[in-house]
Design a protein around this ligand. Structure first.
Ligand code: HEC
Ligand code: HEC
Length: 483
């Protein structure tokens, strides 16, 4: 399924050698200023006698070869072909936080996609219906199967979900001309919608374990009808939809399309792709610390991360190839859950196989887009790691990491017994099979780059929490966010 683009890597290393030798000794004022910066780090490169100019030369060469511009955020409206509609987005924001759209009356998008964590999960594995009304470390209730990814920047994702089961056939979420593909019963029926996120917004309110519950009978369309019935009964919502939709203003009912368009519009406002690496790519030499630069050079070079965490072409600089690979992650199975897991012991997650039906795709999950990953409280598809450094160290050498993995830091109901790990390791992606040998200092640099170099400061919880409405249009009490 995946052919590792080895040639790219080789081309990059050749280029790196030539550029590094060209820039030897070329140390600009900006470089020197940064050498003196009191960040208290000694990079591996410095210890081996190389200069800052080498780092910059090497990093610039990689970014140029990869075509990384640091300007992806500014392409949104061009690709959309119009301006983002702030009024519609604001309606989407209210819906996002309002349990009126959760037919079980206790959940909504924000229960799993929280502004405290980049509009991603506050838990290692999502808790949907029958929760305790809390969003944060204190959330309790039966678990679903996977961690909710951060929704920020999903405007640019050509495939959605851990097993990419929703995707744009064109490879471009802004282009519906070749169809948007969903599993049955939706299939390609949502392809008339303008953006992959608009189509995706049709799904969560129909997920019984996430938000809908089991009280309302029928299929997905019945559940959507039940959601819009509630909205049509609310004069506050009717007024709000009337502002954006002429048919509602004329007296026609709110349709589910309108709901999906509002939610997707809100998601389009959640673009946070102005990280230090972007500013660096746009010419701000000091946007990255020396340690982050050293980490970036490893990421784009010898450590091979960019082969999967891609930044070129269809990846829209999101640090993912949007394909699936087996990364050898331990299988976490909740002791209290409401989703039936895979495998003979019902304690496994078959990942991509659930979509393709092919055992060859077992345990494969989408390469995580890495922007803003530091905002997550847990890592990998099942939150097996609660510290970024643990996730990266394991990922560098899954086979030896597996021997010492412990779920001790996870919430009690996730501490085991674990699902089998050997069959996962047996299928480990070829690229991850040969561990990358890095010194302790190099690992620190790599972690620093992934944690800080990819973080857009505007996505921090202090900023995003301002989006929580003070009062919900439905008049319902909202979820309680632990801050
Ligand atoms: C019960 C928790 C829960 C609720 C409620 C929920 N989601 Fe999610 N969401 C998830 C999980 C878990 C995934 C990943 C599932 C998978 O890959 O199998 C996900 C994935 C997504 C993705 C794809 C992200 C990516 O990186 O591919 C989007 C977009 C999204 N959800 C939007 C929404 C919207 C909009 C709502 C409300 C209408 C919502 N979600 C409600 C848990 C939830
Ligand atoms: C073979 C492709 C591949 C390579 C090479 C690779 N990764 Fe990954 N990475 C993945 C996949 C797939 C996942 C998600 C695995 C899962 O959750 O099951 C992932 C997840 C991650 C995560 C967790 C993100 C999250 O959403 O929790 C981090 C951090 C990460 N990778 C960093 C790196 C770094 C740093 C390197 C280079 C040393 C690297 N990766 C190399 C495929 C790869």
């Amino acid at each position: 399924m995946h052919r590792p683009p080895k040639s790219v890597q080789r081309r990059l290393s050749l280029l790196l050698v030539s550029v590094a030798s060209l820039t030897l000794g070329a140390c600009s004022d900006a470089d020197r200023g940064h050498v003196l910066a009191p960040d208290g780090v000694t990079s591996a490169t410095t210890r081996t006698g190389a200069r800052d100019g080498d780092l910059d030369g090497a990093l610039r060469a990689y970014l140029t070869t990869l075509g990384f511009t640091g300007r992806v955020a500014s392409t949104l409206e061009t690709r959309l072909g119009r301006r983002v509609d702030r009024q519609l987005a604001d309606l989407g924001r209210e819906l996002w936080f309002d349990p009126i759209q959760g037919l079980n009356d206790d959940n909504t998008c924000a229960g799993c996609h929280s502004p405290t964590n980049g509009f991603g999960d506050t838990q290692p594995i999502a808790i949907g219906i029958d929760n305790n009304g809390v969003v944060g470390p204190g959330r309790t209730g039966p678990r679903n199967q996977r961690r909710s990814p951060m929704v920020i920047n999903t405007a640019f994702y050509p495939t959605l979900m851990w097993n990419s089961r929703f995707h744009a056939s064109s490879g471009d979420p802004f282009d519906n001309r070749q169809g948007f593909v969903f599993p049955a019963p939706e299939g390609t029926s949502l392809s008339y919608l303008p953006h992959l996120l608009t189509a995706q917004a049709f799904i969560p309110p129909t997920e019984r374990v996430e938000a809908a519950g089991f009280h309302v009978p029928g299929g997905n369309d019945d559940l959507r009808r039940a959601v819009v019935r509630r909205l049509n009964e609310s004069s506050e919502y009717r007024q709000r939809f009337a502002r954006s939709f002429p048919h509602v203003k004329r007296g026609a009912p709110i349709a589910f399309d309108d709901v999906a368009r509002a939610i997707a519009e809100f998601e389009l406002t959640l673009v946070f792709a102005d990280a230090p690496i972007d500013r660096y790519a746009r010419g701000h030499e000091n946007a990255l610390s020396r340690r982050e630069k050293a980490g970036a050079v490893l990421f784009f070079g010898r450590a091979g991360c960019v082969t999967c965490h891609a930044v070129s072409g269809a990846s829209s600089e999101m640090f993912s190839d949007f394909r699936q690979h087996v990364a050898g992650i331990p299988q976490i199975a909740p002791s209290l859950g409401n989703v039936t897991f895979d495998g003979p012991g019902l304690n496994e997650d078959f990942g991509l196989e659930q979509v393709t039906g092919s055992p060859a795709d077992r345990y494969a999950f989408r390469t995580s887009p890495l922007r803003n990953v530091a905002l997550q409280p847990a890592f990998m598809h099942n939150g097996a790691f609660t510290r970024l450094e643990d996730a990266i160290r394991y990922h560098l050498d899954a086979v030896s990491g597996a021997a010492s993995f412990t779920p001790d830091r996870l919430p009690v109901d996730l501490r085991g017994p674990l699902g089998p790990l050997q069959p996962v390791l047996d299928r480990l992606d070829a690229l991850l099979r040969t561990p990358v040998t890095l010194t302790a200092d190099e690992i620190e640099s790599l972690i620093a780059f992934v944690r800080d170099g990819l973080l857009d400061p505007d996505a921090r919880p202090e900023r995003l929490q301002r989006l929580i409405p003070e009062k919900l249009p439905s008049g319902r009490p909202g979820l309680v966010f632990q801050r």
